[in-house]
Write a protein that binds this ligand. Structure first.
Ligand code: FPP
Length: 259
């Protein structure tokens, strides 16, 4: 697989994707929204494989938000079925061997307790089976809400403080981020949103503080590896200042990396 033109410039360590536009993709073709989600599932795999080939260590796909439970029942059921397909496919022994070979570990971020018990069992199994794989982490955000994640972290912190495991003065941004669902992973450097809307939709609210944002009108099922590479080229031409001046960034000082 060919690397983006600017392969010498830093690549993102973490890319987060808001996969919007499945419904519109289907409706424009007179098809059911679920067909759009099926196509979106295929696009997810093409993009995940491209991230693996490009050596991106972390990538996160927003598959189902906490708010998506409010969608019509047949659409929610369809998305649950797709999530189960994702888990089953990756639990297949051949796929597990492939994940081992590629150093791919799977994670699911979101409110685990919202999921039906049969899905929870499969999530646990997939996480356990790929936990030792080193190199890449593929996160799927499912029943995920950014505010809920922050509140859940605050609750765990309060519990640890109550047990004397943590002193209030020890709580730093770094400690806080360890309590998030993505604890231990770097923050996204690049957030890609398809479908043309300029919103963050309650996604990784804490983690995207310094992310570069790329919004495209392309609907998610049409988002191809070629456009991912275009987004990477654009990312590589952005000046990331982390609060400093442009002159400081251009000097020998390197911007602090936020992990
Ligand atoms: C938003 O587009 C997309 C979703 C709510 C679902 C995204 C899910 C997938 C791409 C596949 C599922 C993957 C897994 C791993 C289960 P939308 O339907 O709101 O699009 P619209 O704005 O055009 O209506």
């Amino acid at each position: 697989m060919s690397k983006p033109e600017t392969a010498k410039k830093p690549m993102p360590r973490h890319i987060a994707f808001i996969m919007d536009g499945n419904g519109r993709w289907a409706e424009r073709r007179g098809l059911s929204r679920l067909v759009g989600h099926d196509q979106g599932y295929r696009a997810l795999w093409k993009i995940a494989n491209t991230c693996l080939d490009l050596g991106i260590p972390h990538f996160t796909f927003y598959a189902f938000s906490k708010e998506n439970w409010r969608r019509p029942k047949d659409e929610v059921d369809g998305l649950m079925a797709l999530f189960e397909k994702y888990l089953d496919e990756n639990l297949n022994p051949k796929k597990l061997a492939d994940a081992r070979r590629r150093g791919l570990s799977f994670r699911v971020i979101g409110n685990f307790l919202d999921l039906p018990s049969h899905l929870r069992a499969k999530v646990r199994k997939l996480l356990a089976a790929t936990r030792e794989n080193r190199g890449h982490i593929l996160n799927v955000a499912f029943s995920y809400g950014g505010r809920a994640e922050i509140v859940a972290a605050a609750r765990k912190i309060a519990r640890d403080a109550g047990r004397g495991k943590l002193q209030p003065g020890d709580l730093t941004e770094e400690t806080f981020s360890r309590y998030l669902y993505t604890g231990g992973q770097p923050d996204p450097d690049l957030l890609i949103r398809t479908g043309g809307e300029f919103r963050v939709s309650n996604f990784l609210l804490y983690q995207i503080a310094y992310a570069e944002i790329y919004v495209t009108d392309t609907l998610w099922p049409d988002f191809k590896p070629k456009e991912l590479k275009q987004a990477l080229r654009e990312y590589q031409h952005r000046e990331r200042r982390f609060g400093m001046t442009s002159a400081q960034v251009k000097s020998t000082l390197r911007p602090p990396r936020k992990d």
